[in-house]
Design a protein around this ligand. Structure first.
Ligand code: GDG
Length: 468
């Protein structure tokens, strides 16, 4: 069996070693996969060094071999805080108003991708298959080809792919997209992002798309498909039975004192629509005084990317807005929003989800959103909660039985909260059952097998031609 080499920006500590909430969705999904395949996970350690040496730190724990490198401060500023999180992240989440274009970001991004390629290439054997993850590493395929690799190399994008008319606002966009033609397989979370990619290829690169999904640009051919990521269903179902989950469940239920609990769980990120969600909840409180004292919104939002200014700004706005809503509506014995800026581990989250009557997950744009699926997975079959989900989350195409809302509309959020609170048990069970079946079937195992099998199935390249 070929080994699988996974390459992503960060390599996360195996289960147990990472602090609560530190693992993003990508880390959660990859950890599960690496336990199954014999292979290696390569990426940045998260540490800085004075001078880049390319020294690799190998570590084996919990059945996972990791290989990490440290980066220089300038690398982290330009590549990670810069091009990845100030240029691509906002642009790919349709926020060209927040995207920053700086020549140094672009060159730092290229340099770090080159450093990744140079360091990891000697660890890769001819039969290995290589799976590169996410927007931090788009040009890595080209860099690996330049290092001489003929292996099958796949790329999976965890975030949305923006519409062509937005993407062209990126300086050197064509160079970035062309570099993707050096992969053998490109995976997206849903049809919408795949369509946008194909649209770009047709109109900006003059390419074509074959019936089997093969993209052809000049002499280059690459397969592109849709592989929606799922939750680690087995692990999650086990977690629901654990003492830790039960404790978290009891803790929330007892403190809620018979109030209906609405839960939101998101990294503190403007793409998650937390601010708009608070406005929607405020509208609900304005329109339904009869519910005052009867509901509470628990918003868990651990801070992320604190070195990027836009994240500091959203944090300040949320502090202010939650304070204003609480100040305006609270009573001596009731506070409408519990806004918590810390992370919890997944067993605790499972308990909080299960104790909540409504999951309010309203990103403005999201590649998938695993929290929505985890909320469904954690529910009590005899008394399931209602999921209110943004129609702009990638997961909306699989979770059509949620109450789908436009997250920009306070009125839609308010109406959906009301509808969820009034929903009869039969309807809750019916909607939940169909979502649960899809979350159980299309889980993380289904996702990674689908991608890896498709990658194994592509023809091995006979001639190596570098696209850009
Ligand atoms: C990116 C894309 C895509 C654990 N404790 C906390 C916490 N966790 C776990 C959650 C969930 C994960 O982190 C968050 O995943 P999401 O999918 O919701 O979001 P991103 O971190 O933005 O992930 C996303 C994902 O990659 C996978 O492809 O779905 O679209 O943006 O598993 O249980 N999460 C939070 N607080 C905690 O305390 N927020």
């Amino acid at each position: 069996m070929s080994r699988l080499i996974v390459i992503s920006n960060r390599v996360s500590a195996p289960k147990g070693r990472s602090p609560a909430g530190a693992q993003g969705g990508l880390a959660v999904a990859l950890g599960a996969m690496l336990r199954e395949y014999r292979g290696l996970w390569f990426g940045w350690s998260g540490e800085k060094t004075d001078h880049f040496t390319g020294q690799i730190n190998m570590h084996r724990e919990d059945g996972i071999t990791t290989a990490t490198i440290d980066l220089e401060e300038q690398d982290v500023d330009e590549y990670y805080n810069g091009y990845a999180n100030r240029t691509l992240w906002p642009l790919f989440h349709y926020r060209i108003d927040l995207a920053e274009y700086d020549r140094s970001f672009g060159s730092g991004y290229e340099r770090v991708n080159h450093r990744f390629a140079e360091t990891v290439a000697p660890l890769i054997e001819p039969d290995d298959i290589v799976w590169v993850h996410d927007y931090h590493l788009i040009p890595l395929g080209t860099q690996l080809r330049q290092a001489g690799l003929k292996n099958k190399i796949g790329f999976f994008l965890h975030i949305p792919w923006p519409p062509r008319r937005l993407l062209v606002s990126l300086p050197f966009h064509e160079r970035l997209v062309r570099s993707m033609l050096d992969y053998d397989l490109i995976g997206f979370q849903n049809e919408e992002w795949l369509d946008s990619f194909r649209d770009y290829v047709r109109h900006e690169l003059g390419g074509t798309v074959d019936d089997d999904g093969t993209i052809v640009v000049g002499k280059r051919k690459v397969k592109a498909g849709c592989y929606p990521i799922g939750v680690d269903f087995e692990e999650f179902t086990e977690a629901v039975k654990s003492d830790e989950t039960q404790l978290a469940y009891d803790r929330l239920l007892q403190s809620a004192e018979d109030k209906k609990v609405i839960i939101g769980v998101d990294r503190l990120d403007y793409s998650k629509g937390i601010e708009e969600r608070f406005w929607g909840y405020r509208r609900f409180l304005e329109e339904h005084p009869d519910y005052h004292g009867q509901v509470l919104l628990l918003q868990i939002a651990p801070p992320s990317r604190g070195e990027v200014h836009t994240y500091e700004a959203i944090r300040e706005r949320l502090d202010e807005l939650s304070g204003r809503i609480n100040g305006g509506f609270a009573e001596v014995d009731w506070v409408p929003i519990r806004y918590v800026n810390r992370g919890y581990n997944r067993a605790e989250l499972a308990g909080f989800y299960r104790a909540s009557d409504i999951g309010l997950i309203t990103p403005l744009r999201d590649g998938m959103n695993l929290v929505a699926k985890e909320y469904v997975a954690a529910q009590d079959p005899e008394d399931p909660g209602v999921l209110i989900l943004s129609r702009f989350a990638g997961s909306a195409s699989q979770l059509g039985d949620a109450l789908l809302v436009n997250p920009y509309s306070k009125d839609e959020i308010s109406d959906a909260i009301r509808q969820a609170l009034d929903m009869p048990l039969d309807e809750r069970k019916r909607r939940w059952r169909s979502m649960y079946d899809s979350v159980a079937k299309e889980d993380v195992v289904w996702w990674r097998q689908g991608f890896v099998e498709a990658l194994k199935g592509v023809e091995k390249r006979a001639n190596l031609t570098i696209a850009s």
